[in-house]
Design a protein around this ligand. Structure first.
Ligand SMILES: Cc1cc2nc3c(=O)[nH]c(=O)nc-3n(C[C@H](O)[C@H](O)[C@H](O)COP(=O)(O)OP(=O)(O)OC[C@H]3O[C@@H](n4cnc5c(N)ncnc54)[C@H](O)[C@@H]3O)c2cc1C
Ligand SMILES: *[C@@H]1O[C@H](CO)[C@@H](O)[C@H](O)[C@H]1NC(C)=O
Ligand SMILES: *[C@@H]1O[C@H](CO)[C@@H](O)[C@H](O)[C@H]1NC(C)=O
Ligand SMILES: *[C@@H]1O[C@H](CO)[C@@H](O)[C@H](O)[C@H]1NC(C)=O
Length: 443
């Protein structure tokens, strides 16, 4: 079809602009690509986008770049609710382009190598980018392949995992198709992000099976590698009450090592008696995969012995490279890895970097604040909030270990809003100021 002249030329222009942009962002054209940035951010997830918004204000958009290969950005916390059919997977994602702060350069490729001695980063297409300051926000890696029989096993029905966008909708299917038998939920023998999520899925499944009248035909079993139900005693006590009241079976120190999806069998190892394994038949299996450090960090001088980004836990500055900083799941900060922690860290890191730029010592200290809304049904949540010392650090002047409806609305409706419009725009640094305010009247 013939387009009017002006449309044709403007669409050609658009095409040319797109083409140049693409060449530039994939780094194929050194003539267009700027290969040096004052502030380079690795990873465009929760931490990377939040920091790039803040760094844009500090350095100017043209001096900031973000390396991120993914077209889509996901609000991962909502996946727990997707698995239960309470939200759709589509509602959890937006294009990376739409969350990238305007004017900040998006380098659409994968970090292959980080060389902090030379202040350079190499991407998978061979481009070398140099930097003055670096923020590492690469997240952690899922290792389904460390369980024998996975990931191929996901091709079978009755098995799902809320931890990956590819498998989350399968959990919902498995739950809907449930007839009778064992519903098994696992927790791996590694650090994980949002350590509450593996059991939230069980509580929601319980609620769903009750709602649909199938609960009496179901055995809900939570086999976890951990020696406790939850790390913080106050919340663990509350959760044990929920577990007893709902008749859920919890087995500690049990690690999933194999899935025989064709026979619907899961094999667990008893961590206290190495070599002792047990096979359990399932009608539905939810796998929380083993997780580990990001490979680009692990393979660089920036990692600690285990491969996590080696940070000072108060200033979030790298222990050996003073122009390198980090945030989020890729770090070795000794607190559970959550988006809530990322929010608190983003405010501290903003402060640390502004001090370093002025040649002053970082002064504000990260206290390890993290939070985990433990969804216990379709309308209740226990909101766990605590710090490095494992002490509850609650925002609201009420006992948050109690199951509460208001907290469910926070999790399902308010938190996503705060994520997209607050955290990602560099405007939300955690609830500390509000906590102080809300507790004032109570003291
Ligand atoms: C099921 C589930 C439930 C959760 N529930 C909650 C909750 O209730 N509350 C809460 O606070 N948190 C929750 N979380 C955790 C939260 O989502 C994460 O802690 C948070 O997103 C971490 O942010 P991040 O920036 O460190 O990592 P991510 O957001 O994962 O971002 C890392 C980014 O790095 C990119 N990347 C990786 N490798 C490379 C590379 N080589 N080169 C370039 N880019 C790369 C990735 O594509 C990704 O975009 C949950 C997570 C899951 C999965
Ligand atoms: C995901 O989480 C929901 C809510 O806990 C749970 O009911 C569902 O079974 C899970 N689904 C998947 C795909 O994991
Ligand atoms: C896992 O759960 C089953 C069922 O409750 C239990 O019998 C078993 O001891 C647990 N651990 C292992 C290793 O299977
Ligand atoms: C981040 O740092 C900049 C520069 O020091 C400062 O102006 C800004 O207020 C800081 N933002 C927050 C939320 O602390």
């Amino acid at each position: 079809p013939k387009l009017p002249i002006h449309t044709r030329s403007s669409s050609r222009l658009l095409f040319a602009a797109k083409f140049l942009k693409q060449r530039e962002s994939t780094g194929f054209s050194p003539a267009f690509a700027k290969q040096h940035y004052k502030m380079l951010v690795l990873g465009g997830g929760s931490g990377g986008i939040a920091m790039s918004a803040r760094m844009k204000r500090m350095f100017g958009a043209e001096n900031v770049a973000v390396v991120e290969p993914s077209e889509m950005h996901y609000y991962q916390p909502i996946w727990t609710l997707v698995g239960a059919g309470a939200k759709t997977v589509a509602s959890s994602g937006r294009s990376t382009a739409s969350v990238m702060p305007s004017g900040v350069k998006w380098v659409k490729s994968k970090v292959q190598e980080i060389n902090p001695e030379k202040n350079t980063v190499r991407t998978d297409d061979g481009t070398e980018i140099s930097y003055e300051y670096l923020i590492v926000a690469l997240g952690l890696q899922l290792h389904y392949e460390k369980i024998k029989g996975l990931p191929e096993g996901f091709e079978h029905p009755n098995i799902g995992s809320n931890y990956s966008v590819q498998t989350v909708e399968k959990t919902w299917k498995a739950l809907q198709n449930f007839k009778e038998g064992n519903a098994v939920f696992t927790f791996p023998n590694t650090p994980v992000k949002c350590p509450g999520a593996p059991q939230k899925i069980m509580y929601l499944s319980d609620a769903y099976l009750r709602k649909t009248g199938k609960r009496s035909k179901a055995n809900l079993i939570y086999n976890t590698s951990l020696p406790v139900l939850f790390a913080i005693k106050k919340y663990a006590d509350a959760l044990w009450d929920v577990v007893k009241e709902r008749d859920l079976q919890v087995n500690l120190r049990q690690n999933l090592i194999e899935v025989r999806a064709d026979k619907r069998e899961a094999v667990f190892e008893n961590l206290d008696k190495p070599g002792e394994t047990k096979v359990i038949e399932y009608e539905m299996l939810h796998v929380t995969p083993p997780m580990g450090p990001n490979s680009a960090v692990k393979g660089s001088p920036l990692g600690d012995e285990a491969g996590w980004l080696d940070l000072d836990k108060e200033s979030l500055q790298h222990k050996r490279y003073p122009n390198v900083f980090g945030i989020g799941d890729c770090t070795n900060l000794p607190t559970p890895r959550t988006a809530a922690a990322v929010a608190a860290e983003s405010g501290i890191l903003n402060r640390t970097i502004s001090k370093i730029l002025k040649n002053e010592k970082p002064d504000k200290k990260y206290d390890g604040y993290t939070s985990c809304p433990l969804v216990t049904s379709y309308n209740t949540v226990i909101l766990a909030e605590f710090d490095y010392t494992g002490q509850p650090l609650e925002t609201f002047p009420i006992n948050q270990a109690k199951e509460r409806r208001i907290m469910y609305h926070m999790k399902a409706d308010f938190m996503p809003h705060l994520y997209w419009h607050g955290l990602l725009r560099g405007l939300w640094g955690g609830p500390e100021p509000y906590r102080k305010l809300l507790h004032l009247g109570m003291k």
